[in-house]
Design a protein around this ligand. Sequence first.
Ligand code: MTE
Length: 303
Amino acid sequence: MKFSIDDAITPEEVYLKRREFLAASGFAGASLLLRQAGAAAYVVNDPDRPVTKEEHATSYNNYYEFSLDKKEVRGVAGKWKRPDPWNIKIDGLVEKPFTLELSSFLKKTAIEDRTYRFRCVEAWSMVLPWRGFPLAKLIDEAKPKPSAKFVRFVTYVDRKAMPNIAGMPHYPWPYTEGLTIEEAKHPLAFMATGLYGKPLQNQNGAPIRLVVPWKYGFKSIKSIALIEFVAEQPKTLWQQLAPSEYGFYANVNPDVSHPRWSQAKETRIDGSFFPTKLKTLRFNGYEEQVASLYKGLDLKVNY
Ligand code: MTE
């Protein structure tokens, strides 16, 4: 099987000029053209991995706070009245902790489209067209101190709207994830606010979620309410629950099996009765871009 990724980055200046030009010209198809301009920057160019149909990406979800049943998540999450405005607390080892109001931040931030492979640890995969901005932009805004070595992310908790928090009392809620500061600054690490050119829906992590395409999907934490800069590796929800199954790094690796199943292949979510099986790619196909982050790590071990 052959695949190639065109991941050349549209320089921001060029991108912004294009946006300005299109906006100033009042061009009716501006948003479509912008979408295409952004999408051309990061695409998955592989006939075996077409973009997943929107219907599947929005109806087959993991969002444990709402339900353990992937097909039920959309219905339960759809009833959630999210706080508006949405605030993210920026805390810990930063020059000055503050509250980031999402819509104001988005107004001054260049928005990009990126189509990434998405590989769940449960051995299924999709190809998803995200909209958002590089996480590095938010890190710049946060102004971490040199002592900040890791970034901890925490999901919003609404016990009334998220019935499965009470349903799974042994889970160490809230859902928490983490990255090293180098991973967080990597140009592929992305904060998504949209999918298929539309605002994110609740089941996909509205209004803002992390997307780390070279890691198993559980790292891509949804509906983020707190970002904390810390000196020590933070304990994530999955590590606390099952440390031998879900490591901190959790880089996609076909050579290292999950204790209960192989990671060599993945099932493409395409709605068919006999879905296609694909060979899983090391670092989910992003090895060239990210391998240098892990020079000291033995890739035969599941971290
Ligand atoms: N974030 C929160 N807060 N709660 C979750 O249960 N599930 C994770 C991740 N982020 C999860 C989460 C897992 S296991 C996966 S595979 C992806 O979200 C699924 O994202 P999707 O439903 O948008 O495809």
